[in-house]
Write a protein that binds this ligand. Structure first.
Ligand code: ZN
Length: 133
């Protein structure tokens, strides 16, 4: 599986956009609010991969809880899959604990599903499939 992007939890998206623009030498190509996940996101293209910054839009957001517990930093690693339904089935059969039974609509035109960090060495793993336009 290819790493599609790395998600980073931040407190202030606008500030972090400036910081990562300075770091990467380019502006984010997309800024998107995902209401269902209670996050604002921005995406930077880094070669074949992307960096996703995530800011909570609500105190109940998973990102708010993550920052409360662990501070800002790397939040998840996302792997690209061709078919998220079969990938979810396969991961279940391999013994990984999935967060949710069905994929959800994520940022950047993706169907996404997460693997519980407890079953992946403390790493929150995202599986994502690009939705064909
Ligand atoms: Zn992601």
């Amino acid at each position: 599986m290819k790493i599609e992007h790395i998600g980073i939890a931040v407190k202030h998206l606008a500030k972090s956009n400036s910081l990562f623009e300075l770091l990467l030498g380019q502006a984010p190509y997309k800024i998107e609010v995902v209401d269902s996940e209670k996050v604002s996101t921005s995406f930077f293209q880094t070669g074949d991969t992307k960096i996703e910054l995530l800011e909570a839009t609500d105190k109940d957001s998973p990102i708010a809880k993550f920052i409360e517990k662990r501070g800002e930093g790397i939040h998840h690693i996302a792997f690209e899959v061709a078919d998220i339904y079969s990938a979810m089935q396969e991961m279940k059969e391999k013994g990984f604990q999935l967060l949710g039974d069905a994929p959800r609509k994520g940022a950047d035109n993706k169907l996404v599903c997460f693997i519980h960090p407890k079953s992946a060495n403390g790493v929150l793993v995202e599986l994502c499939q690009t939705i064909e336009p």
